[in-house]
Design a protein around this ligand. Structure first.
Ligand code: ES4
Ligand code: ZN
Length: 324
């Protein structure tokens, strides 16, 4: 089954590029940029990945990305992931990046777009891979800062397929970013948001009603609200579920306890994704294999999940036809 899942053409819609930073590259970039790391060895980094909730992960995620400074660093980070994803049989990737932590360290906005843009072009040339770019705002920082980031990105709007909303969910409801997302809408930029990962089902409704998002990242807590489930099913709102992430962040104790089978029973438009593969036990293929082992899904089930992702992706209609 693993071999078959590898050959299944997969689109990944929920991937934080900073969450693809493997400890080996972290050490290499730390040396290159003369950044001190709080770890003595690669093994020590991996041993630290022992999360109790979303915040305990985010602390290490922000710490890890402190080694990224130059255009070359962002290129190397993205290219290393594109290569691994290509080996997993991924044919389309929508990578999200978080400008704020980098801007705060003095990295220029153009460095981010240039490095990631170069890697995207190279992935297209070398692997025939298509990609899309999602610029995400940190919901645990201010609305004003997010608005400022959106304005600073003006020279690169053409490269942005959507804006997203991530980081610490609880206590940072979607409504906080109504004005920022309204501005993005005016600019003609599509909108996404993490919702219903640690936060309640009401954050999913809020993201749909107030932020006018076209997809929900995670959304696994939707099952707590029957009316919301009916709405998500009726409107076929894509949910970018990240199975291994949910287990690593203790959203569910074990994958067997995940609401994924119930979500499929309700007729929801589910897609499978890796979220932060360097931190959560691997990439797309590992997520697919883990679901096969936990739920016993057959080839038809995975074909249908992969199709959902291709249908929900930001890609040209000719590319979509080619992949369907
Ligand atoms: C994230 Cl799993 C998750 N949730 C929210 N924000 C994030 N940023 C990176 N991974
Ligand atoms: Zn995420």
């Amino acid at each position: 089954m693993k071999d078959w899942l590898q050959t299944l053409p997969k689109a990944e819609l929920h991937l934080h590029i900073e969450g693809t930073l493997e400890p080996e590259l972290m050490f290499e970039l730390a040396a290159r940029n003369d950044v001190a790391l709080p770890y003595a060895s690669i093994e020590e980094v991996r041993a630290a990945y022992n999360f109790t909730n979303l915040q305990s992960f985010l602390d290490l995620y922000y710490q890890g990305m402190n080694v990224l400074y130059t255009e070359q660093d962002f290129y190397d980070l993205a290219m290393a992931y594109f290569e691994r994803a290509h080996q997993d049989g991924v044919v389309h990737i929508e990578l999200s990046f978080d400008p704020q932590p980098h801007l705060s360290r003095g990295v220029a906005m153009r460095t981010l777009f240039a490095g990631l843009g170069q890697a995207r072009e190279e992935a297209e040339r070398r692997f025939g891979m298509s990609t899309a770019l999602i610029m995400s705002f940190l919901r645990d920082r201010s609305t004003e800062e997010a608005m400022d980031v959106l304005e600073q990105a003006a020279p690169w709007y053409e490269q942005i397929d959507a804006v997203g909303l991530d980081s610490a969910e609880l206590g940072n409801p979607p409504e906080k970013f109504a004005a920022v997302f309204e501005r993005a809408r005016t600019l003609g930029i599509a909108r996404l948001a993490h919702a219903g990962e640690e936060g309640p089902a009401a954050y999913i409704s809020g993201a749909l009603d107030v932020l006018d998002v076209c997809r929900i990242d995670h959304g696994v807590r939707c099952v707590e609200d029957e009316a919301l489930v009916a709405r998500l099913a009726n409107e076929q709102i894509p949910l970018t579920v990240c199975p291994l992430s949910n287990v690593y962040l203790k959203v569910f104790e074990r994958l067997e306890d995940h609401t994924l089978p119930a979500m499929l029973d309700h007729g929801l438009c589910v897609t499978l994704n890796s979220d932060d593969p360097a931190y959560f036990g691997g990439g797309m293929l590992n997520n697919f294999v883990a679901c096969h082992e936990a739920f016993g899904w057959d080839e038809d089930a995975f074909r249908s999940l992969a199709r959902n992702a291709i249908e929900a992706a930001f890609m040209s209609e000719s590319r979509r036809e080619q992949l369907l």
